[in-house]
Design a protein around this ligand. Structure first.
Ligand code: SME
Length: 164
């Protein structure tokens, strides 16, 4: 009973923090059109908002390559530089255009381990206003099953509000 209560309290706190940081990001980025500045700000502000985030950042679509992502603004330990569409969690998000919520990265076929401490992960595709894929936003946690529907809703909302 106590545990269930705590879980609900945490969930409510987390949802409230996403709503708060969404407003903070919108306010900091008001009037700023540069895409790199927008991505760097989103990565920095989200990474410093949540304890369960371990690696936080963008893999952007490389227009000079065929179906390939290249690392963009991020916070965390060294990330791999390039990921082909369809490879790992990020490549799957790019290929399908769907958010990938992975409770155990070691059970995900083809998962790319940039840092062996990563245990769970969420990757959200990022589209512009015309619906073209710009990037994917990747958050890794060193805790297993760290992400849930609240993270998904919070991140999908913020990324749509910022880039679409
Ligand atoms: N784990 C990701 C690769 C990116 S890093 O973890 C920073 C994947 O499988 O797509």
């Amino acid at each position: 009973m106590a545990e269930a209560f705590n879980d609900k309290t945490l969930t409510a706190d987390k949802a409230a923090r996403y709503a708060e940081v969404a407003q903070e990001i919108a306010s900091v980025l008001d009037g700023e059109g540069n895409l790199t500045a927008r991505m760097a700000t989103v990565a920095s502000m989200l990474a410093s908002s949540f304890d369960h985030y371990f690696w936080t950042g963008f893999y952007v679509v490389d227009p000079t390559k065929d179906r390939e992502l290249v690392v963009g603004p991020y916070q965390g330990t060294l990330g791999c530089l390039r990921i082909a569409y369809g490879r790992g969690v990020c490549g799957t998000a790019a290929e399908t255009g769907q958010t990938q919520l992975v409770e155990d990265v070691h059970a995900f076929p083809g998962h790319i381990a940039c840092d062996s401490r990563s245990a769970s992960e969420i990757v959200v595709p990022v589209f512009d206003a015309a619906g073209t894929l710009l990037a994917v936003f990747d958050v890794d946690s060193d805790r297993p099953a760290a992400f849930d529907a609240v993270d998904r809703q919070g991140l999908e909302f913020i990324l749509k509000a910022t880039f679409a």
